[in-house]
Design a protein around this ligand. Sequence first.
Ligand code: UDP
Ligand code: MN
Length: 322
Amino acid sequence: MKAFWKNSKVRYLFLCILITFVTSCIIGITPISLDECKCDIQGSPSKLIRQVQRTNQIKSGKHRLAILVPFRDRFDELLIFVPHMHKFLSKQNIRYHIFIVNQIDNYRFNRASLINAGFLEVQKEFDYIAMHDVDLLPMNDELLYHYPAQGPYHIASPELHPRYHYPTFVGGILLVNREQFVQVNGMSNKYWGWGLEDDEFYVRLKEAGLNVGRPENVSTGTHNTFKHIHDRNRKKRDMTKCYNQREVTRRRDRRTGLKDVSYELVDITELTIAGTPTITVFKVSLDCNKTDTPWCDCTKSDDMKGEKVEDKKKNKKSQHGS
Ligand code: UDP
Ligand code: MN
């Protein structure tokens, strides 16, 4: 046996077998062709798929925004609003869906209750809401609709809104995250007709210790940050006050809100406008507790006539702007 190993030819043959074995092992565990690897890096289908997945992740990983639009009889504005918002929000990569909360009962318009109802319908699937007027179009890309992690974010700031400039104004467009909207019990249900529901909501936020953030260092002003596509002659503001509406709606409402808003969701319709993504229309019929808020219907009120004349005068005074 010793003589066998001493034979140099045999040793050489064994060494060759060993080298061949080790080499094939190394080849076995490395990629078959380096060229193929380069192809993958430069744009193979798998690379494209990864890119698409990443882009989707940017959108889908984000918080989901429900745009709640309180609505009645503003179809002209809606046709402009939806394509505009789609273009505007796509640039910001916002993951959003538009919900039109269409009031179909015969009571006076109730913006706050419609927002409450819309919120209850969407809250499970969305992280934050925008209470959004249908006739107020953001025109400056510096207005960001991102998730308001720090607290409510008032996009239609009094420094930028074309018409309302008082410091506690939170109407027009306001972003609120889901938890904080629940925390303040949503909005009051007592406001039928135009005005003050947003001011009452401001007090709710303030009392809950929630600071309202607003856009800063915006390059545009009150005339060019928003387009207010409201034809005030065709769509008159309902400023009537009847019963003790004036007195009650001046006060903070600690009772009504998200928890007791009473409505029927009559129908849900998916709608596409001008080829933009589908929006959802909630047909909502609000209930009115006539003992609590008889002014949801002023037609039977004795004092309505007198109030109307008074309001007309006021209306004239206040309609300098848009
Ligand atoms: N709105 C509506 N129908 C009405 C009244 C109001 O759809 O009859 C909605 C609409 O979204 C509108 C918002 O409520 O943008 C605010 O009402 P309005 O424009 O009359 O108030 P403004 O901010 O102009 O004083
Ligand atoms: Mn308006």
